[in-house]
Ligand binder design. Sequence first.
Ligand code: NDP
Length: 310
Amino acid sequence: MPINVLFAAAEADWPTYREPLTRAFAEAGLDCALARDLPPDQVDYIVYAPSSAVQDFSPFTRLRAVLSLWAGVERIVGNDTLRVPLARMVDHGLTQGMTEWVVGHVLRHHLGMDSHITGQDGTWRKSVPPLARDRSVAMLGLGALGQAAARALAGLGFDVTGWSRTAKSLDGLKTDHGAEGLARVLRRAEIVVLLLPDTPQTRNILDADTLSLLPRGAIVINPGRGTLIDDDALLAALDRGQIGHATLDVFRTEPLPAEHPYWSHPRVTVTPHIAAETRPDSAARVIAENIRRGEAGEPLLHLVDRTRGY
Ligand code: NDP
């Protein structure tokens, strides 16, 4: 009997993932029947993205696990009808993409590139940026993505401090944790990068109070989730110069509505949720490995802790 795998994602994703998944299943020695449509009571695994029409998991009576194509699981983690393990996506391609996006945007601000790209006016204005070692960066979130981006920045010499919920000791990185740690980290961060999940505890983590802890003129870079920032507080902090610039990839409403003040604010850069994409080839291998593990009775990789919310 084949293992029945339901592909529950946007229709547009099907042509992108069908072949990589089929190939990865074959490479893993799995006899999988992959389909977009299957009777719920015959489905063994669901490959899932939030764009899926599946909202009620109760008819999936023999489901073994849901395997998310996305790293962020805030749109499924609280679903009471889901009673089987949920694995999120940790994919080499996704991590690499995020690292490149974060390093690129940190370097833009660190080097003051804008003044040369948009301010070229025939005047020879010399301003030499400090070296990376003299630039303090806070990485909020030290998971798969935050750690990789923090390490890349530290590798360039930046003075990086990572912050997480639980205490960590990581080679070559300064770390802090918890509510008190956040204040310590923000007080000295010239650039703050948010790579936290959306949970009740992280919502509005950058609000009027925490933004005011940052050194004046600090840069905010958010490729995490839109809910991490109180938008009104950020706009007010930008307007009074407390925040020098905000580079934002994620928003409470996506696509960001055309009338949203972020679009026209002179010191806000909007990127359309492109910081990192799951890459089909590498992600398909992660999904296949998890199905192999599920069938072998081994613990799944990248399991979401439903009570923690990520
Ligand atoms: P992980 O689950 O691996 O890591 C999450 C990190 O956040 C952990 O270090 C965790 O701490 C920390 N954290 C969670 N809650 C708190 C809290 N209350 N206080 C302090 N720290 C906390 O996630 P990933 O690194 O894989 O992904 C991070 C987020 O990036 C995703 O949830 C998603 O929202 C976003 N993302 C954005 C993309 C884009 O294109 N813009 C693409 C992919 C992901 P601890 O280590 O102690 O558990």
